[in-house]
Design a protein around this ligand. Structure first.
Ligand code: PMP
Length: 400
């Protein structure tokens, strides 16, 4: 019955790894997918995660029962505290409804479905460009997706004027997707002063913020610093949605552990919001998996483990920052034409190189370097060993 089915295209991001795996070249480099790699090019399991898993295994009272629809209660409380801050008025006033979801993607999807059912304005504005899955997740959730200007290719920085104009002309009440930090794919974030202007504009037009936080602690190395944009929007007492992922900052990619928090106007509303979130979740996957959330809760509730985590997290962030400097220096040494300062200015996992799709194809063909066709490279996939090869390839691509 499916004989007439067309072959679906590969996912634009995950498909890069599929192509990379097929390449027999010994010098190939995968800069496509956003997963951390060590200096030796290996995936990393944090020591604190291994320790937490050992503790869970050794606990004789550990069971494999279903979690509630909303997930692990401790995990939810600790996740809200992590992103909003322990002293957050919204948490103290019990105005936050948090549910454990399937990593960042699942949190965005549950939030999108909830909004499509219960919010009066079904249009969501996403930045141009943004993570490629955003428009698909929200469209399938039942929202209408529009975009707002974000990136200016001329300056390789923020198109702040364009952003203000587009949000300024959005219909009152529209939803706005904001990357909490380390914007993917551009690595360009608003300054704190610009965030404050965005906040004022959004609150004055009753635009509803939906934050996506996939890189807390991974951008600057500080969990609090990377949450500053979000906390500005909580401090004003207004409402918002927050999708959190532990894929990058705890290295729990495959555990699919994340959280959706909805900051409400009152404790009473938060209780009703949570009850409705359960109705969204139950027919989708009944309840979330227990293992990843147990690891996260074990680490977040123990101050020694929490501190150990922050040190390991900073280690990952610092290695990425050092890769930026090394790549920048390597291009300078080669006197590669162009201004490459955006490599050290952009933050987070990715550099939006400015290379076009022809140059990207050339580098794949001639140098076996794999990246998404928009010229985004994952800095976490680089090492001191591979940087000269990448710099040679970029030099050849821009001078050919
Ligand atoms: N949002 C952004 C901006 C991302 O970059 C990612 C991961 N690439 C996610 C959400 C979701 O990741 P996950 O579902 O693995 O947590």
């Amino acid at each position: 019955v499916f004989a007439g089915l067309a072959q679906a295209p590969e996912d634009p991001i995950l498909g890069v790894t599929v192509a990379y795996n097929k390449d027999p070249s010994p010098v190939k480099v995968n800069l496509g997918v956003g997963a951390y790699r060590t200096e030796e090019g290996k995936p990393l399991v944090l020591n604190v995660v291994r320790r937490a898993e050992q503790m869970l295994i050794n606990n004789p009272s550990r069971v494999k029962e279903y979690l509630p629809i909303t997930g692990l209660a401790d995990f939810n409380k600790l996740s809200a505290k992590l992103i909003f801050g322990a002293d957050s008025p919204a948490i103290q006033e019990n105005r936050v409804a948090t549910v454990q979801c399937l990593s960042g993607t699942g949190s965005l999807r549950v939030g999108g479905e909830f909004l499509a059912r219960h919010y009066h304005e079904r249009t969501i504005y996403i930045p141009q460009p943004t993570w490629g899955n955003h428009p698909k997740v929200f469209t399938l959730a039942g929202l209408t997706v529009r975009s707002y200007r974000y990136y200016d290719p001329a300056t390789r920085g923020l198109d702040f004027q364009g952003l203000l104009e587009d949000l300024g002309s959005a219909p009152s009440g529209a939803i706005v997707l904001l990357h909490a930090c380390a914007h993917n794919p551009t690595g360009v974030d608003p300054t704190l002063d610009q965030w404050e202007q965005i906040r004022q504009l959004m609150r004055s037009k009753a635009l509803l913020p939906f934050f996506d936080s996939a890189y807390q602690g991974f951008a600057s190395g500080s969990l609090d610093q990377d949450a500053r944009s979000v906390r500005m929007f909580v401090a004003d007492g207004g409402e918002l949605l927050m999708a959190q992922s532990y894929a990058k900052n705890m290295g729990l990619y495959g555990e699919r552990v994340g959280a959706l928090s909805i900051v409400c106007g009152s404790a009473d509303v938060a209780v009703r919001v949570e009850s409705q979130l359960k109705l969204v979740i139950r027919p989708m996957y009944s309840n979330p998996p227990i293992h990843g959330a147990s690891i996260v809760a074990t680490i977040l509730k123990d101050s020694a483990m929490f501190n150990e985590w922050t040190v390991e997290l900073k280690g990952m962030a610092d290695r990425i920052i050092s890769m930026r400097q090394q790549l920048f220096d390597a291009l300078k040494t080669r006197e590669t034409p162009g201004d490459w300062s955006h490599i050290i200015k952009q933050i987070g996992m990715f550099t939006f190189t400015g290379l076009n799709s022809d140059q990207v194809a050339f580098m794949r063909q001639e140098y076996h370097i794999y990246m998404t066709s928009d010229g985004r490279i994952s800095m976490a996939g680089l090492s001191a060993r591979t940087i000269p090869h990448l710099a040679d390839a970029i030099h050849a691509a821009v001078t050919k």
